[in-house]
Design a protein around this ligand. Structure first.
Ligand code: SF4
Length: 463
């Protein structure tokens, strides 16, 4: 979601004539789009902005801003202790950023030209003279429809499409309802138009994004023929000619009704991958988290999804060390994870977020215990992940080539429909760089030769 919001902000600046540069030291404007979902993300954002203060001293004309969830949660308090920060913009105001940046640049220019500015004064005081900041963390009706422009690179195979904002679920550990507001959805026609435009620019795969994506449109649009607005949207996007693959993330188990399971079984462009957050395998902890399903219901749902589509990959999110989680609660989580055999899982140590009910619960768990459970669960997850990847060795998989591998630019990388990363050489034969570039954005059949813990490696089959 943050990546997508950053693309939108980048697009709005580029259309005004700004250029993207490779490093902050070359920039006149540095905007950090922040995450607040765990304390570590907050601390990273604050630490990074603190380090940027050095640049501000050397080049006082620079503009520095915080955007996104931490900006929304902390507002003007972010200006305290970070005197070089000029801009704080919340999650419903990304479309205003370009105006604000323009305004700040103009103000700084005017101030710098003011004859009264005493250049003999120490730099800190001069920065005070120039201080003018903008904080905008207000709600704005219709803001969910403003994340719709894409800043595509020349060769790009996949894109995110933001279909809704906010969440009304109020899981007791989660800060998202505070930072992203209540659920608001874009219209189906607006989303389909964006996907059509993406496909006309060479995009082959889109991922529909929402904090609670499968409950899309439940407040705005009616069911039609027993189908939820989300299933109606899937069907409409599925119709877009030239689109090869369709993904969505992240759903909530309680929004997984029969119409969605049926869509998984009958819409071929929907890929064989569902990310289905579990959070805990203990019913006591699920209740305390306000998750509104039981471990048994979750397991039943996994079985229904697996029956609906053969070979479908299921990944998940799990929190360990939620307040009150005993050894026995943790064991129930680990047992369920073993039983389900997830393709992969993001395991998080519980991180108290301010103004959330769980942060005030008794029986907060010691960090060492959280860490032990985290490591232990990761081993369990890695085992099933490794087994699933190894089973693919010798098989042929369809890969959508996304570009050069991050760790070896000589190789290409892409993903299978089940979201497994595959790394492969541009060609078994010698081909020109241009020919190899042509793989990017193409569906390539690859024979898998080996697997490590996280990726597959193979050879493209040129038919
Ligand atoms: S459903 Fe997801 S985004 Fe919404 S409150 Fe729960 S964890 Fe947070």
């Amino acid at each position: 979601m943050n990546e997508r919001d950053s693309e939108q902000v980048a697009h709005s600046l580029v259309t005004r004539g700004y250029e993207q540069v490779g490093h902050e030291s070359e920039a006149d404007v540095v905007l950090l789009n922040t995450c607040s979902v765990r304390d570590m993300a907050d601390q990273k954002g604050l630490g990074k902005m603190g380090m940027l203060g050095r640049l501000a001293k050397e080049r006082p004309h620079m503009v520095f801003g915080f955007l996104g969830c931490m900006a929304q949660a902390r507002g003007g308090e972010l200006l305290e202790g970070l005197p070089h920060v000029d801009l704080v913009v919340g999650t419903q105001k990304f479309h205003r950023v370009a105006d604000y940046v323009d305004e700040l640049i103009t103000r700084k220019k005017e101030n710098a030209e003011r004859p009264t500015l005493n250049t003999q004064r120490p730099m800190e005081n001069r920065m005070d003279d120039l201080r003018f900041s903008i904080v905008d963390v207000e709600e704005e009706a219709g803001s969910q429809s403003t994340i719709r422009d894409q800043q595509l690179t020349l060769k790009q195979a996949t894109a995110f499409v933001s279909i809704m904002q906010g969440c009304n679920m109020h899981c007791t550990f989660c800060i998202v309802p505070q930072t992203r507001g209540s659920e608001r959805s874009r219209s189906i026609s607006d989303i389909v138009a964006e996907v059509r435009d993406l496909v006309s620019h060479g995009i082959k795969e889109v991922t529909l994004l929402g904090q609670i994506v499968n409950l899309y449109g439940r407040h705005e649009f009616p069911k039609v023929d027993g189908k939820s607005p989300f299933v109606q949207l899937l069907e409409a996007v599925h119709e877009v000619e030239g689109l090869e693959r369709l993904r969505f993330t992240s759903p909530h188990p309680i929004g997984f009704r029969e119409d969605l399971i049926d869509a998984i079984s009958r819409l071929p462009k929907l890929v064989e991958h569902v990310h289905l957050p579990l959070q805990s395998g203990s019913n006591k902890i699920l209740k305390a988290m306000h998750r509104a399903y039981t471990a048994e219901k979750y397991l039943g749902l996994v079985e229904r999804i697996r029956t609906a589509r053969k070979g479908i990959a299921i990944t998940t999110d799990i929190i360990v060390g939620f307040p009150g989680e005993t050894d026995d609660d943790y064991r129930q989580t680990r047992d369920l994870v073993k039983q389900i055999q997830f393709d992969n899982a993001f395991v998080f140590r519980y991180s108290p977020r301010r103004d959330t009910p769980a942060a005030k619960m008794p029986d907060q768990i010691d960090e060492r215990v959280k860490e032990q459970r985290n490591q232990d669960l990761l081993e369990t997850v890695n085992e099933s992940n490794r087994r699933i990847l190894e089973r693919l060795v010798g098989s042929r998989v369809e890969v959508l080539c996304e570009g050069p591998s991050k760790t070896n630019r000589e190789r290409l990388m892409g993903r299978t429909r089940t979201n497994k990363i595959v790394v492969f050489p541009p060609s078994p034969k010698r081909r020109s760089t241009d020919e190899n570039q042509e793989f990017v954005g193409q569906l390539v059949n690859v024979r898998v030769e080996r697997a490590n813990g996280f990726s597959l490696y193979g050879m493209p089959l040129l038919e």
